[in-house]
Write a protein that binds this ligand. Structure first.
Ligand SMILES: Nc1ncnc2c1ncn2[C@@H]1O[C@H](COP(=O)(O)OP(=O)(O)OP(=O)(O)O)[C@@H](O)[C@H]1O
Length: 313
């Protein structure tokens, strides 16, 4: 079920860990929000933490930042044990954090919010970040759109030039242009040696921007993989609309799995070469084709023993 064995971590990888979780668990009464989760985030990578709503992503982040206490297990962040409050407080000066819900004082203007964080941690990159992300600084935060609040949060998270950024669903509410801008920014940060922990429930963006991914489901880490491996295993979700009804057996190739045919539409997951698919489709009278990323749920059905993720984003 778990693909963790696919990632062989060498000693040097382990030495370079920026975050290390060791059997980290959090229970809320009957709910196991994190179930003995263990993995490392390496220095200089964008690590995607992927899972549907309620999977336990925010819980892990809040544990790593010492905002809640674990039920059992531990973790190190930038060398500080999360149980060591003083050490954790010290390293937090070098962490950028974008929470899922931004708890800014709503009556303050964006400018005042940034001034407040600047006094605590510095703001040497404020001007550069404002050029890129442009939240409306003169307006009170209570009048901000959701996307503008995120932009202010992003400036806040990076303006002290942290070594490690922990971002909880950073692109939620951002339009596609701003998402692209953030992705490009994160790649530049990674290339400059920074480490990014990026939680998301959107497979396609994790595929696009992250180097490795940990997948969490119902509190349990169920996969830890390089993105390239995941992509290879995930295939593509393809829908073909044909001019005439087709015999499914004649249409299907070994690279197609979970083939479903309804009238003149065939839907399948394609795991082969793109050129081979195009050559195959050219033999049929095709009216339209949709090719997209598979849903997380589908990847699980195909590659993780038939179980599904449950609720999806
Ligand atoms: N303070 C709390 N008290 C009780 N249960 C909680 C609390 N915080 C989280 N949970 C539960 O723990 C589980 C994991 O929640 P968590 O917020 O970590 O998930 P998530 O993956 O971040 O979800 P989302 O993508 O919706 O933010 C859920 O079942 C949630 O209801």
């Amino acid at each position: 079920m778990c693909a963790q064995t696919d990632v062989v971590e060498t000693n040097s990888d382990r030495d370079a860990a920026t975050i290390r979780l060791d059997e980290l668990a959090k229970h809320y009464g009957e709910v196991t929000a994190n179930d003995a989760v263990s993995f490392d985030v390496h220095a200089g990578e964008i690590f995607g933490y992927l899972g549907p709503n309620g999977a336990g992503k925010t819980t892990t982040i809040r544990l790593l930042l010492g905002l809640i206490n674990p039920t059992s297990g531990t973790a190190d962040v930038l060398g500080a044990d999360i149980h060591d409050r003083r050490a954790l407080t010290e390293v937090k000066a070098d962490i950028g954090y974008l929470p899922d819900s931004l708890g800014f004082e709503e009556r303050l203007t964006g400018q005042q919010v940034l001034d407040y964080f600047a006094r605590m941690r510095g703001d040497e990159r404020r001007a550069e970040l404002l050029e890129l992300f442009r939240p409306p600084l003169e307006k009170p935060v209570e009048t901000y759109s959701h996307g503008n609040k995120r932009m202010l949060g992003i400036v806040q998270a990076f303006m002290h030039d942290p070594t490690l950024a922990i971002l909880d669903e950073p692109t939620s509410g951002l339009d596609p242009l701003k998402q692209d801008r953030l992705h490009a920014f994160l790649e530049n940060e990674r290339d400059a040696g920074k480490t990014i922990f990026f939680s998301s429930h959107v497979l396609s963006e994790v595929q696009r921007v992250c180097d490795r991914v940990g997948i969490i489901r119902e509190g349990e880490l169920v996969a830890l993989e390089n993105i390239d491996d995941l992509l290879e295993r995930g295939g593509k979700d393809v829908r073909v609309h044909l001019a005439e009804p087709v015999d499914e057996e004649r249409f299907t190739t070994p690279a197609m799995i979970d083939v479903e045919t309804v009238d003149r539409t065939v839907r399948f997951t394609y795991t082969g070469e793109a050129n081979a698919l195009l050559a195959h489709l050219a033999r049929f009278d095709v009216e339209d084709v949709d090719i997209g990323d598979p849903q997380l749920d589908d990847i699980f059905k195909h590659y993780y023993g038939g179980s599904t993720l449950g609720e999806t984003g």
